[in-house]
Design a protein around this ligand. Sequence first.
Ligand code: URA
Length: 246
Amino acid sequence: MSKVATLRLDRMLANMGYGSRREIALLTRAGLVILDGAPLRDADQRIPVTPDLAQRMVVDGEALDPPPGVTLMLHKPLGVTCSHKEAGPLVYGLLPERWRRRDPALSTVGRLDKETSGLLLLTDDGALLHRIIAPKSNVAKRYQVTLDRPLKGNEGAIFASGTLMLEGEEKPLLPAEIEVHDETHAAVTLHEGRYHQVRRMFAAVGNHVTALHRDRIGGLTLPTELDAGSHRIMGAADIAAVFTGS
Ligand code: URA
C-alpha cells in the first residue's frame, strides 16, 4: 500500500492560496475549517492529503479546493495564451482566482497556440507532466484541421514518410497520420510536439491552416459536454486513458 503524505494544515491551506499561515490560524481558531463534520482547532496539526479531502473538508463555508496532486482537462478557447506571464488573456485566468496562488503551481502539459482550441491538460504534478511529454511515452495528439485550399492527395504519404523537414529545423519530423474528412478538413495525429507543428506541416505542402482544434491526447478525448473555457478535474481513469494506445 502506498504511503499517504501528510501536511501541516496551515501550510497546506496557505499553499493552496487560502491566505497566509497566520490567516489560516485565525480561520481555524474561529471554527471555520471543518473535517468530516467537526471543526479543527489546531492549525499546526498534520492532515493526511488524500484525494477525497475536497469532499471531506470545508473551509469558510465552501468545499476545499482540489488538494495538491491535481490534474485538470481544460477546453481551451481561441484567443487565450498558454503562459504564466505573457500579456493578454491567459489560460490560468479561466481557473478560479485562488488557484493562481497555488504552490506547487498548476502548469500546462505542453502548449496550444493562442489561435488553437481544444483539449489542454494542466497539472501540479511535475513527475506526471514529464511522463506525458516524454518521447518514450509516445502519447499521440490528434488535431482537427480546417484548410484554406483543397488537399492534393499526397499529404498522407509526405506526413507518414519520416523525412519531412520543417523550415529552420535540422531533424526530420517523425511519421504522422492524416485522416481526410473532405477536401478542406482532416484530422492529423502527431507523435511529437514542435513549435506550431501542424500549421508548419501544411505550410510545407503548400497549404494554410485556417482553424485548428485538438480533440484527443493519447486515448483521452475532449468530452463533448465540456464547453470552451470550462475545465474538469481528472480522476485516475482519465489519467490512465492518456497513456492508453501509446
Ligand atoms: N500545432 C500547431 O500548429 N499549433 C498547436 O497549437 C498545436 C500543434
